[in-house]
Design a protein around this ligand. Structure first.
Ligand code: G3P
Ligand code: MG
Length: 243
């Protein structure tokens, strides 16, 4: 089994996170998959941005939940990263799915509903993934345990991962929610956890790994996947690891 390299917010060390340049680069650098974060606009359009507020990664202010899609589309989501990316816009989930559909990439769509519990985000995202016939290579994930339960209850034909940085009866808790994967913070990673996941038939993926030593540890433990901002470095070490 080969550990999958999943570009975290795209190749986000090299281009502005969660934008088309970062996704294109992730693909060009040979990532196996892409992780992205979804929030809902005021008019219920799923858009790709990590924070609830636009301040850190755009030239605007305000919460995504208070802006319409037209307002969101006016924002510059590239200049904060580098002048080279001036004029890059926030994209919708639909634009992303349309782009990724013909490419052989795995998708992890993280619902950002642990701080704002966006109404129906699970169904809105699920229906769009289904419409693009991408159910078989998509995992939805969230830090919100109630949302994991809702996905499992309403849409049992999509894979769902419980995201966590806390370690308390992790596997049995994730199973009780109906998750089929655990996405854990690196500090929780150890051999026992990986073995327990394998026994429980639960996938284990780890975030966010940029240092070679951490990347190599995940390969050695045979994790199912790693989230990294530097898929080029992860590729380099995976080749060395196999030789
Ligand atoms: O999905 C893995 C990782 O992205 C979770 O944390 O804050 O980077 O979205 P965050
Ligand atoms: Mg994320």
């Amino acid at each position: 089994m080969t550990t999958k390299i999943i570009a975290h917010r795209g190749a986000s060390k090299l281009a502005p996170e969660n934008t088309m340049p970062a996704f294109r680069l992730a693909h060009e650098l040979g990532s196996d998959g892409i992780e992205t974060d979804v929030q809902l606009t005021k008019d219920n359009v799923p858009v790709l941005i990590h924070d609830e507020h636009v301040k850190r990664t755009t030239n605007g202010i305000g919460y995504i939940k208070d802006l319409t899609i037209n307002q969101v589309k006016q924002l510059d989501a590239g200049s904060w990263f580098s002048k080279k990316y001036a004029g890059t816009s926030i994209i919708t989930l639909e634009e992303f799915l349309h782009w990724i559909k013909p490419k052989p990439l795995y998708l992890n769509i993280e619902l950002k509903n642990n701080k704002i519990d966006y109404k129906n985000i699970e169904t809105i995202v699920y229906e769009m993934v289904k419409h693009y016939q991408l159910l078989n290579r998509t995992t939805l994930s969230t830090f919100n345990p109630n949302s994991v339960k809702r996905i499992n209850k309403l849409h049992s034909d999509i894979k769902v991962a419980f995201l966590t940085s806390r370690n308390k009866n992790l596997i049995s808790y994730a199973q009780s929610l109906g998750a089929n994967a655990l996405h854990v913070k690196y500090r929780l990673l150890n051999r026992l956890l990986v073995e327990q996941c394998q026994k429980a038939n639960m996938k284990i993926r780890v975030y966010t790994l940029n240092r070679p030593s951490r990347i190599l540890k995940s390969y050695a433990l045979k994790c199912d996947g790693i989230f990294t901002d530097v898929p080029n470095i992860a590729q380099h070490y995976r080749k060395l690891f196999k030789e």
